[in-house]
Design a protein around this ligand. Structure first.
Ligand code: 3PG
Ligand code: MG
Length: 399
């Protein structure tokens, strides 16, 4: 389905050293992988290349080291986790360039898998330095990128190497690009978008791009308060970027011009304290008291969102509705997520979600696997929703 990208269908990897960029930036707890989703997503690509007789050389970053080796950011424990999930041995080389990498690769047989140490242990990675790119490129005959979630970085292992070696998208990258096309590239209309999260200031580009592309834009989370305030409502002690009231008003005006319907909350769940199980009440957004804060949308607003979903054929979701980490202020996010999965199950809705908090919220609701597609990307998903070109994706485009 994806156009203008080479995939593994077009690649002959037999006997080749294949540099496979994956995103192994997984959460760790006490030295163990706490959420293996990103690893699981790339297993099919690893297997396919190995089974076609390629030597799979995994390239990945981990954490944000300061351009030199540091034990806390070593990928060594991740190699063990990849091996366990893959059900095959995965070798490890203590450096991603130089002798350590070259000798480990030259000892590989066709079909074997090797993980190279954190690419960010070299300053050249994030700077995309030609000399470092060349060091990486000489380790491989072919490059495959399966790391959509790191594709917003123009780094050596995500962008530079793709320009030096013959390159294609891996299966996870392909699935991601397909899902994004389904959601915003060439979606079935009407399209609804949910944008939540705390701050309008971090989502200005997102809102600007979405209103040109979707039919209904549903605004939730703390950022909705700024819009309510801009419309002259009292938001009490709620999180609110008052200095952005003008911006919020011009967004509403621009949406009208773009014929995009904006759905703001009409009622809210409010409390006097920001903590789990704080005493709360439902109130219309016109009657929030001075000492109250809005921590979730209320039941009337939930109904309105559900109606919008029933009328949509495609949903793209970024950001939770309320303070979802503090029950009961997760209620709207949970209820609406369940509604989206029911419509998806019945074939009435294509549902695509992404962004760090969104995925945690959908996981907490136990529904992430019932969406049409849930991206594992945070920043990359956001930048893609903003309509920005992602360097790691652009480098794979066929000219
Ligand atoms: C992520 O976890 O968002 C990606 O792996 C990219 O990591 P970064 O934000 O440190 O570049
Ligand atoms: Mg990030």
């Amino acid at each position: 389905m994806i156009q203008n990208f080479r995939t593994l269908d077009d690649a002959d990897v037999r006997g080749k050293r294949v540099l496979l960029r994956v995103d192994l930036n997984v959460p760790m707890e006490n030295g163990k992988v706490a959420d293996a989703t990103r690893i699981e997503r790339v297993l099919p690509t690893i297997r396919e290349i190995a089974d076609k007789g390629g030597k799979v050389v995994l390239l990945a970053h981990f954490g944000r080291p300061k351009g030199g080796p540091d034990a806390a950011n070593s990928l060594r424990p991740v190699a063990a986790a990849v091996s366990e999930l893959l059900g095959r041995p995965v070798g490890f080389a203590a450096d991603c360039i130089g002798d350590a990498a070259a000798s480990a690769i030259s000892a590989m047989k066709d079909g074997e898998v090797l993980l190279l140490e954190n690419t960010r242990f070299h300053k050249g990675e994030e700077k995309n330095e030609p000399a470092f790119v060349a060091e990486l490129a000489k380790l491989g005959d072919f490059y495959v990128n399966d790391a959509f979630s790191a594709a917003h970085r123009a780094h050596a292992s995500t962008e530079g190497v793709a320009r030096l070696l013959p390159a294609c998208a891996g299966r996870a990258m392909q699935a991601e690009l397909d899902a994004l096309t389904l959601a915003l590239g060439a979606p079935i209309r009407p399209v609804a978008a949910i944008v939540g999260g705390a701050k309008v200031s971090t989502k200005l580009d997102l809102l600007g791009n979405l209103m040109e592309r979707v039919d209904t834009l549903i605004i939730g989370g703390g950022m909705a308060n700024t819009f309510l305030f801009a419309q002259g409502k009292n938001v009490g002690k709620s999180l609110c970027e008052k200095e952005l009231a003008d911006t919020a008003r011009s967004i509403l005006g621009a949406a009208q011009t773009a014929r995009c319907r904006i759905l703001l909350p009409v009622d809210a769940t409010v409390a006097k304290e920001f903590k789990a199980h704080a005493a709360s009440r439902f109130v219309d957004v016109d009657h929030v008291a001075e000492d109250e804060m809005i921590l979730d949308i209320g039941p009337k607003s939930i109904l309105a969102v559900e109606e919008a979903l029933v009328n949509a054929k495609t949903l793209v979701w970024n950001g939770p509705f309320g303070a979802f980490e503090l029950p009961p202020f997760d209620a709207a996010t949970m209820q609406i997520a369940k509604m989206a999965t029911l419509l998806t199950r019945d074939g009435k809705l294509k549902s695509v979600a992404g962004g760090g908090d969104t995925v945690s919220a959908l996981n907490a609701a136990g529904v992430a696997d019932q969406f049409t597609y849930v991206s594992t990307a945070g920043g990359a998903f956001l930048e893609w929703m903003e309509g920005k070109a992602l360097p790691g994706v652009e480098a794979l485009r066929t000219k």
